[in-house]
Ligand binder design. Structure first.
Ligand SMILES: C[S@@+](CC[C@H](N)C(=O)[O-])C[C@H]1O[C@@H](n2cnc3c(N)ncnc32)[C@H](O)[C@@H]1O
Length: 195
């Protein structure tokens, strides 16, 4: 499906928030590789876009980030993330309209990109939130094929078909020097440095 509204997205994820963590499957190797590509390291300011219940928060903190800001539009997701990690600044809101007053060294969208209805628009917005020299990373803990199959199921009404890595890289190149665009059995990751 190519068109959906934010209310449907909120309803869908609110209804899944309570069981989100128990259903979560973490592939540690894939997450570690994604966060290496994303440049997550000590001393940087991170924005986790569409953070859910905060699946990546322990990884950011264990890498010693200076600050973690995160945003999720579904109140039941954002509330859980904030309760679990009081040291993070979790915003409940739509990243496309939230009036951020700062930019970030690393902007990460993990397991969430297909839920943005207009890919060009969200990339433009994320570019505006990335410091010059900072990095945007769009990643998934599964291959493109599994990702597409996954979003053709229950989430089809609130998802777009995911772009191949090179297609997403082409969209990002307007604002970023893209140095990673891969999909393998374990992960999907496209990442670039803001010019
Ligand atoms: C599949 S979940 C992934 C959550 C988390 N990143 C994870 O891997 O567990 C997608 C998330 O995107 C959020 N989301 C979708 N559109 C959003 C928007 N415009 N602004 C902020 N969050 C959004 C949803 O509320 C949902 O929590």
């Amino acid at each position: 499906m190519d068109s959906f509204d934010i209310e449907s997205v909120i309803e869908f994820f609110n209804s899944r928030a309570a069981a989100w963590d128990e259903k979560m499957v973490r592939n540690e190797e894939a997450i570690s590789a994604i966060l290496d590509v994303a440049g997550i390291r000590a001393g940087i300011d991170v924005l986790d876009v569409a953070c859910g219940t905060g699946v990546l928060f322990p990884d950011y903190f264990s890498r010693g980030v200076a600050s973690l800001t995160a945003i999720d539009v579904a109140p039941q997701m954002a509330r859980r993330a904030q309760e679990k990690f009081p040291q993070a600044d979790v915003i409940c809101g739509n990243v496309e309209t939230w009036p951020f007053e700062r930019k970030f060294d690393a902007v990460v969208v993990y397991n969430a990109f297909p839920h943005f209805p207009d890919f060009q628009r969200i990339i433009r917005e994320l570019a505006s939130l990335t410091k010059p020299g900072g990095r945007l990373t769009v990643a998934h803990g599964m291959s493109l094929e599994r990702l597409r199959a996954h979003h053709a199921g229950a989430a089809s009404k609130i998802s777009r078909e995911m772009l191949a890595p090179e297609e997403l890289a082409a969209l990002m190149r307007r604002y970023f020097i893209v140095d990673t665009a891969v999909s393998d059995d374990e992960k999907y990751v496209v990442s670039g440095v803001r010019v």
